[in-house]
Design a protein around this ligand. Structure first.
Ligand SMILES: Nc1ncnc2c1ncn2[C@@H]1O[C@H](COP(=O)(O)OP(=O)(O)OP(=O)(O)O)[C@@H](O)[C@H]1O
Ligand SMILES: [Mg+2]
Length: 237
């Protein structure tokens, strides 16, 4: 059974429908990528999983339970966490204070020291810079902090919205390395939205291509990389 599953989801904002019959599965321990052009509905898909859009029909199942009708904070409590686009951090707070602010679930708060240690292990640089004001971090460091803060709630599944957007090529590589490490060493399950299709497919286990709110192609990432339709559409290889 998939850890997270969307079943025939139709969703949008008020009257404005964005997602049409989206069905997708995320297996435990995998990196699943969603790729597609601007405006396809990638962010909306993540927001729908978190309960931040209007859901017209369909079902979302997490860990064997339907979460379709649950408020966002309950979904976070159950083990879902999202890193929104644009590496948002509390700019006037220190790195440490940002991390503590992310420990919003009961289990995270009870194990704050453990959780911090786990996060500092993945991001040793954040430990070094724990007293630095977040607004003075570089773009790459701020993105690492945004991911680290989402991890502070001790999620099973991390939803990442374009973590590499606007970063220098060298930093992009580092971000993808971290995402891989989260699966391989921190045992996280990841749903990754990215514009860097090639990098994403290289680290992903499975991928979906979303266009105009519909899934138009899906498959094992390694196989998709060789798919002629994908190569043509994204001119990536
Ligand atoms: N808060 C909102 N209210 C109304 N419409 C919205 C809202 N957010 C997004 N949309 C619309 O939903 C559609 C899908 O947007 P979404 O942000 O999900 O696309 P995306 O695939 O993430 O694109 P990008 O690659 O540019 O981030 C777009 O037509 C967009 O204008
Ligand atoms: Mg988006």
């Amino acid at each position: 059974m998939a850890l997270l599953e969307l079943k025939n989801v139709n969703a949008g904002y008020g009257e404005f429908r964005v997602l049409f019959d989206v069905s997708a599965k995320v297996e435990r321990g995998q990196i699943v990528a969603i790729v597609g052009p601007n405006g396809a509905g990638k962010t909306t898909t993540l927001r729908t999983i978190m309960g931040m859009t209007t859901l017209y029909s369909g079902d979302i199942v997490f860990n064997g339970r339907s979460i379709t009708r649950m408020p966002t904070h309950k979904r976070v409590e159950l083990g879902l966490s999202m890193v929104p686009e644009g590496r948002r951090v509390f700019r006037t707070l220190t790195v440490y204070e940002n991390l503590v602010a992310g420990a919003i679930t009961k289990r995270a708060w009870e194990k704050l020291e453990d959780t911090l240690e786990m996060v500092y292990n993945i991001f040793p640089k954040l430990k070094e810079r724990r007293n630095q004001i977040a607004g003075t971090l570089s773009g790459g460091e701020a993105q690492m902090l945004a991911i680290a803060r989402a991890l502070m709630s001790r999620p099973d599944v991390l939803l990442l919205d374009e973590p590499s957007l606007g970063l220098a090529p060298k930093i992009v590589i580092q971000i993808f390395d971290v995402v891989k490490k989260l699966r391989d060493e921190a045992e996280k399950t990841i749903l990754l939205v990215e514009q860097h299709v090639k990098h994403s497919l290289e680290i992903a286990d499975y991928a979906y291509v979303l266009e105009q709110g519909r899934i138009v192609l899906e498959g094992e990432a390694q196989k998709l990389m060789k798919d002629e339709r994908l190569k043509k559409a994204y001119l990536i290889f």
